[in-house]
Design a protein around this ligand. Sequence first.
Ligand SMILES: [Zn+2]
Length: 106
Amino acid sequence: MEFNIINTTKNRECLIFRNYKFHFSRNLVSGNISWRCIKKDCSAYVKTNCSKSTLIEIKDIHNHEPNSIEDLNLLEVRGKCKRKACEDLNLRPNKIIRITHGAIFM
Ligand SMILES: [Zn+2]
């Protein structure tokens, strides 16, 4: 099961799974993390392990359509730029953007 975790413009983490967006909900007692669908009236959720590397529980029954690919790509580019900039502050912004696009569209 593939999923992505991105940083939104508000610098909050957002999980993307099957074109649906989930926002961080809470840390569970077990150490796992619960993510809820961003639509307030939708009860879909997923859970990841504490390092956010594996989905351990999925309840993705949504009452709405998924986000468009364009929408998600935009978000993802922003998130990746931000992360790249944090990792290597010497990279110039135009280079960062080029790398990010290459990674996504190649
Ligand atoms: Zn939903």
